[in-house]
Design a protein around this ligand. Structure first.
Ligand SMILES: [Zn+2]
Ligand SMILES: [Zn+2]
Length: 230
């Protein structure tokens, strides 16, 4: 298992067959499929596909005002598979000491970690980059997250955590305090760094350029998905 992973960081792993898509299936089942309704439905599908293709055209490349090159569009999220504390446990002991999934991790039955994402606005792109990260939380908040895992937690109060991430494009985030906001049932929690003089805090408040986001990824040696492309 690699330590980091590209893509798929924005949504929870979920429970196959149970989460997602249920509402749509319910609505389709309720419609009386007369020819007229069918026609409207097909028109709607055609429109959605047309809008989708336009959107895809927009993201073929990005003319960078900062360096004058055209950056190919790459990943807008990157995630750590496990908290740094997990990698601190000797590999041969992990099976007995760690209980973990891609969303939750408990070590020695007493340290609790949840995976969330710290979003950074890409100011010249009207998009966000998501860093998938882990934070250590109290047992109470861990259990609270478990209880709210499959429901909309976006109105629940934020709770504190401390980042458990290895150094990457940003260094020294280990232990940085975050406020954690649970999301809707399918969304991973969001991490907001508490005010500090760390560059990541500044970037989360101010956003960064797309060019800068590529620089950060390039700095992560060997972890770039396609170094020749952008
Ligand atoms: Zn550039
Ligand atoms: Zn690149």
């Amino acid at each position: 298992m690699g330590r980091t992973q590209w893509g798929s960081g924005k949504g929870k792993v979920g429970i196959p067959g149970l989460t997602g898509g249920l509402e749509l299936v319910g609505i389709v089942g309720m419609i009386r499929w007369t020819p007229r309704v069918m026609l409207i439905f097909l028109g709607w599908v055609a429109m959605v596909m047309f809008m989708g293709s336009r959107k895809n055209k927009k993201i073929d490349g990005f003319s960078c005002k900062e360096c004058g090159r055209v950056h190919a569009f790459g990943s807008m999220d990157m995630a750590f598979h496990r908290p740094s504390a997990y990698f601190d446990v000797p590999e041969e002991e992990r099976a007995s000491r760690c209980k973990e999934s891609d969303d939750l991790c408990r070590i020695d039955g007493e340290r609790h970690f949840i995976r969330g994402m710290a979003l950074i606005s890409i100011v010249d792109l009207d998009d966000t980059f998501a860093w998938g990260m882990w934070a250590e939380v109290s047992k109470e908040d861990f259990n609270g997250y478990l209880r709210a895992y499959s429901v909309d937690g976006s109105l629940l109060p934020r709770f504190p955590g401390r980042l458990s991430v290895e150094d990457f494009g940003y260094r020294g985030l280990e232990g940085h305090e975050v406020a954690i906001q649970l999301g809707k049932s399918s969304e991973r929690p969001e991490f907001y760094l508490t005010p500090s003089d760390h560059a990541f805090y500044r970037d989360q408040i101010q956003g960064i350029t797309y060019h800068r986001s590529r620089e950060i990824l390039h700095a992560m040696d060997g972890r770039h998905p396609d170094p020749n492309k952008d």
